[in-house]
Design a binder for this molecule. Structure first.
Ligand code: TYD
Length: 135
């Protein structure tokens, strides 16, 4: 089973000049083939998202705008990662529980996903996740 050590921060290359900044996500920056992109926006500051793990989906989570915190949990321990740069992505492998909270006003959370949406590969109950990860 993956552990917190298998999560990682990915640096997204950028080009900056006096006109502004441009960040590029090319194939070799992401450790999987991207099948889907989705984003969270208009998230109230007291709201939290996630609260699940995936049997198949790997993700890279990016704060395109603003900031939020991602709690990753391997069933043994947890860590909180603040994302606040559009050039930084948090890689979350399969079988890691994740929650996202502390959204700043105007935050946009981009998720690059390795799979198409399939509710059957979600683990949405923490108890099920704990049982799964202790096997
Ligand atoms: P949910 O998994 O609760 O979002 P989050 O993990 O970000 O808190 O998804 C919210 C709703 O959107 C839920 O009904 C499933 C649906 N959904 C899709 O239809 N397609 C998708 O790609 C995703 C990620 C969610």
């Amino acid at each position: 089973m993956p552990t917190l050590k298998d999560t990682s921060l990915i640096e997204i290359p950028k080009v900056h000049d006096e006109r502004g900044s441009l960040a590029v996500i090319e194939k070799d920056v992401i450790p999987f083939n991207i099948k889907r992109v989705y984003y969270l926006y208009d998230v109230p500051s007291d709201s939290y998202r996630g609260g699940h793990a995936h049997l198949e989906q790997q993700s890279v989570i990016i704060a395109l705008s603003g900031s939020f915190e991602v709690i990753v949990d391997d069933g043994e321990s947890q860590k909180r990662v603040m994302l606040n740069k559009p050039t930084q992505g948090l890689f979350v492998p399969t079988n890691i529980w994740r929650e996202i909270d502390n959204f700043s006003s105007g935050a946009v959370c981009l998720v690059l996903a390795s799979t198409e949406y399939n509710e059957n590969e979600y683990i949405r109950a923490y108890e099920d996740f704990k049982n799964q990860s202790s096997r």
